[in-house]
Write a protein that binds this ligand. Structure first.
Ligand SMILES: [Zn+2]
Length: 390
């Protein structure tokens, strides 16, 4: 009688027990803060029957994914139904509990394996560019557009360049190449989203009379650095240009191979970018295209002072006359663009000399040993006005 009754009641008990378990599991899936705590405890109490590895998952789940409620509700129904059907076959209650627990654990582990994006916040590293990167990125512009912390004196940055490793690696090819720059770091998103990016293919400019650029270049001391993206020459202060009544101080110049800018589709062997900054932090870059021809004495001076190691400045024992870098005919194209390296900040005044300078095959060969290709692809002109100086 007693046994019979017990047998009859067993499914009822089992069902009640399974319901309770399912409910508590359901609560553990993050339906309210309070539910999470007992659920986690429940997980611990059942530890011997659960795989040990599942324990942290239970806790983690209790804390996370409140918005996954729907899917969890759906999966919560599954063990419930199965438990009920097993209860009808009079499985002993303790075993039944184990089965339910196992089922719940299974469902969870499956869900764990599912490609759900977990919002585990990574520890936020402070955003810092190393020195070489700052220099390579023609960093002073970031004062205006990016709000990054930078040395206020341009020559502070130029003079004291001692690079100490890279926070973010960017490159000209591969996974961290130009197509990915904008996604490497929030500060780089202009590379992807900007509408006034450089370089461009210079064509269909309007023919106008442009005031000549007044070059105030004089013999200067310089330091050469291979910053991992290009060879850069940091020039001592006192050199500058005057354009439209504004004076821009020369900070540095560096090279790309092949030329980043094109003129009516034509790309040149190399280009030198002379980077200037005015008192308000606005940048003006003069581009001197380089074609194969006779050797260039100033470039030879730079190559002579190439440091043996990357990110190490070598100070030249001699001075350079920067006027040598300029072509004799100084008409130019001008347009508004951006840095051609991350962070691709905009608001840069570009002046591209129409006439190229020349350098020898050997001199081009020296650079290509270091950088076979370090040119950003052409960007959309997006209807920008280009002036073609006559
Ligand atoms: Zn450049």
């Amino acid at each position: 009688m007693y046994l019979t009754l017990s047998d009859r009641l067993a499914p009822v008990f089992a069902l009640a027990a399974s319901l309770a378990l399912v409910m508590s599991a359901y609560a553990a899936d993050g339906h309210g803060e309070r539910a999470s705590e007992p659920a986690a405890e429940h997980g611990e109490a059942k530890e011997p029957r659960l795989k040990p590895s599942l324990k942290p998952d239970l806790k983690a789940e209790a804390k996370e994914g409140r918005d996954e409620g729907r899917s969890k509700q759906a999966s919560g129904a599954q063990p419930k139904a199965e438990a009920a059907s097993e209860a009808r076959t009079s499985v002993p209650m303790s075993e039944l509990r184990d089965l339910i627990d196992q089922k719940i654990a299974e469902v969870r582990s499956k869900r764990e394996a599912a490609p759900v994006v977990r919002l585990r916040p990574k520890p936020r590293a402070p955003v810092r560019l190393d020195h070489a990167e700052k220099l390579a990125a023609i960093s002073p512009l970031m004062n205006d557009t990016q709000g990054a912390l930078l040395p206020s004196g341009a020559h502070g940055s130029a003079a004291g360049a001692h690079a100490t490793g890279h926070d973010i690696h960017w490159a000209y090819t591969g996974a961290t190449g130009p197509e990915s720059w904008g996604r490497l770091k929030p500060e780089f998103q202009q590379c992807m989203l900007g509408k006034r990016q450089s370089p461009i293919d210079i064509r269909d400019g309007i023919a106008v009379q442009l005031d000549p650029i007044q070059f105030e270049y004089r013999p200067s001391g310089f330091r050469v650095i291979d910053n991992g993206h290009t060879v850069q020459v940091n020039v001592e202060s006192g050199n500058g240009i005057v354009v439209q009544g504004r004076r821009y101080e020369l900070l540095q110049f560096h090279f790309h191979r092949p030329s980043e800018e094109r003129i009516n589709g034509r790309q040149f062997e190399m280009v030198a970018h002379l980077v200037h900054k005015d008192i308000d932090g606005k940048l003006a870059v003069v581009a001197v295209l380089m074609e194969n021809g006779k050797g260039h004495p100033l470039i030879q001076q730079v190559w002579n002072n190439l440091p043996l190691e990357k990110n190490t400045e070598q100070a030249s024992m001699t001075q350079m006359d920067l006027n040598q870098l300029l072509p004799e005919q100084r008409q130019y194209y001008t347009y508004m663009g951006s840095l051609t390296t991350p962070p691709c900040s905009e608001g840069v005044l570009w002046m591209v000399m129409k006439n190229p300078a020349s350098m020898s095959r050997e001199q081009i060969g020296v650079f290509s040993k270091l950088y076979q290709m370090n040119a950003r692809p052409i960007q959309s002109p997006s209807g920008r006005l280009i002036k073609d100086g006559q």
